[in-house]
Write a protein that binds this ligand. Structure first.
Ligand code: GDP
Ligand code: MG
Length: 203
């Protein structure tokens, strides 16, 4: 089995993140925690590429639709439809407009538990509930309610893969194998070396 430190995850700075000059800040937060950047590019996405990205998991339409319906009920609201697929179709239309509105920055980050660590940095999906200290919690104040009222996607700045399997599929969707760079970093020895006993004495 591959060492845990080789886990990779896909992160996208969405168009609002680029427009608000948050690319550097977002990269910095991933660097700070010790993750290693192994691929990066700025692109203007095509709507079909965006739709394929969100539907790489064949279950995504059903799961997201059901989750959204449950979210309405939890707030005591009536969902706009009882059909999860109808709900996700509307979400997908909004996402296709949002994600192509301007350039996006697509990155692959590598490191131990990369998927979970990045999800922790990014915060929960709806900015209204994202904890302070997370990227969404610190930099954006959107909500599903406001997005639904204005018939648009929720502006949550950033995408991050939800599981290692999702990460693998998403990385393949945005990058070729040659785009992913394997390299050693000096600080990796400090982060990962099983022994940390060599630092006393003259240089
Ligand atoms: P993420 O992985 O944290 O981005 O969240 P998901 O994979 O569950 O959802 C992907 C995208 O679908 C989100 O970034 C939102 O744009 C949208 N979305 C998910 N759930 C809802 C919801 O309950 N309401 C609305 N309006 N959009 C949603
Ligand atoms: Mg997701």
């Amino acid at each position: 089995m591959a060492h845990l430190k080789t886990e990779r995850t896909l992160v996208i700075v969405k168009p609002d993140g680029v427009q608000r000059s948050l690319v550097g800040e977002i990269i910095k937060r991933h660097e700070n925690v010790g993750l290693k950047l192994v691929a990066i590019k700025m692109v203007t996405a095509e709507p079909t590429h965006v739709e394929q990205h969100y539907t790489l998991d064949p279950e995504w339409r059903r799961v997201t639709g059901e989750k959204t319906i449950a979210g309405y009920r939890e707030k005591g609201m009536t969902p706009p439809s009882e059909d999860p697929y109808e709900i996700t179709a509307a979400i997908l239309e909004g996402l296709k407009k949002y994600m192509v509105a301007g350039p996006i920055v697509v990155m692959v980050w590598e490191g131990a538990h990369a998927v979970k660590i990045v999800r922790k940095l990014v915060g929960s999906t709806e900015p209204l509930g994202s904890a302070p200290g997370t990227i969404r919690g610190d930099y954006v104040l959107d909500s599903y309610q406001m997005a639904d009222t204005d018939k648009r996607a929720v502006r949550n700045l950033i995408h991050a893969s939800g599981s290692p399997a999702e990460a693998e599929a998403e990385i393949k969707h945005w990058f070729t194998p040659e785009d992913l760079i394997s390299y050693r970093r000096m600080q990796d020895a400090i982060v990962y070396s099983p022994e940390l006993d060599n630092y006393l004495g003259e240089g």
